[in-house]
Ligand binder design. Structure first.
Ligand SMILES: Nc1ncnc2c1ncn2[C@@H]1O[C@H](COP(=O)(O)OP(=O)(O)OP(=O)(O)O)[C@@H](O)[C@H]1O
Ligand SMILES: [Mg+2]
Length: 253
């Protein structure tokens, strides 16, 4: 059985969910853990970011949600040892509408993951609080929220926390907040520090000590289908994600 299932969530787009999911997952795998990265976003960025041509993928997370395939049939190896992926592509865009008519529609992912046996499962969510994200929160035991260090960073967070509370009260009482990580931090910009202080005041210990800097190497890596460690292992971004994965491990053991 999988002990730690992490939902990477923020309904705001472009805050670093996928970048964090891929690079934390890859570092955990490098640290000898078996890791399954689930792409739960029709954009398929976690899939393509690991070098898998998403439009050529025949079997996706959608087949799991539809109960038309088992987890074992869908999981793919990646070029990173111990890192596996359950891919997604644009076909998933219709899933929300499709799932609505299903019985126990919030539990489709949870049910599909019953047989999962990894040290970590990380679910990369789409930028919405729709049914796909509710499925992720229902299947997970931990929530990881990446927050971009910019002006409107805290906007929408109370809505996200309310959603987490609602899921706890209904479909998943054991769900816990694992942590918040600041992403795209620019230390030359005083706004970044202002946001850091605000998030710290709001979340206290839940804020990870490790801050992810704005680093162009992180933005380049997915276009080569590579993790940051393969693209530029000595970059600031690589060092930061390595430290973040280490901090995450101490919170999950
Ligand atoms: N620390 C960083 N420094 C520079 N660029 C970054 C950093 N983190 C992410 N990016 C870039 O910012 C963009 C958004 O990041 P990412 O795709 O990880 O966000 P997301 O929250 O998954 O987005 P979406 O909500 O669309 O799924 C991407 O182009 C990514 O390469
Ligand atoms: Mg994404």
């Amino acid at each position: 059985m999988t002990k730690t299932i992490i939902a990477m969530v923020n309904q705001k787009g472009g805050v670093g969910k996928t970048t964090t999911a891929i690079n934390v997952a890859a570092q955990l795998a490098a640290d000898k853990h078996t890791v399954l990265l689930i792409d739960l976003d029709p954009q398929g960025n976690a899939t393509s970011g690991l070098g898998i041509p998403k439009e050529q993928v025949q079997l996706t997370i959608l087949d799991l949600l539809r109960e038309e395939a088992t987890l074992a049939n869908l999981v793919q190896e990646t070029h990173v040892a111990k890192l596996y992926v359950l891919p997604a592509n644009a076909d998933l865009a219709g899933a929300e509408v499709e799932l609505v008519n299903k019985e126990r529609r919030e539990f489709a992912l949870s049910k599909g993951l019953k047989t999962a046996d990894y040290d970590y499962v990380i679910i990369d969510c789409p930028p919405s609080l729709g049914l796909l994200t509710i499925n992720a929160l229902t299947a997970a035991n931990s929530v990881f929220i990446p927050v971009q260090a910019e002006y409107y960073a805290l906007e929408g967070l109370s809505q996200l926390l309310n959603t987490i509370q609602a899921v706890k009260a209904s479909t998943n009482p054991s769900l816990e907040l694992l942590g918040i990580a600041l992403t795209m931090f620019d230390k030359r910009n005083s706004l970044s520090e202002q946001v850091q202080t605000e998030v710290e005041n709001y979340f206290g210990d839940k804020l990870f000590k490790t801050v992810i800097p704005r680093n162009v190497r992180l933005a380049e890596a997915p276009s080569y289908g590579k993790t940051i460690y393969e693209h530029d292992r000595w970059s600031k971004g690589a060092r930061a994600y390595k430290a973040l994965a280490k901090e995450l491990r101490t919170r999950t053991t």
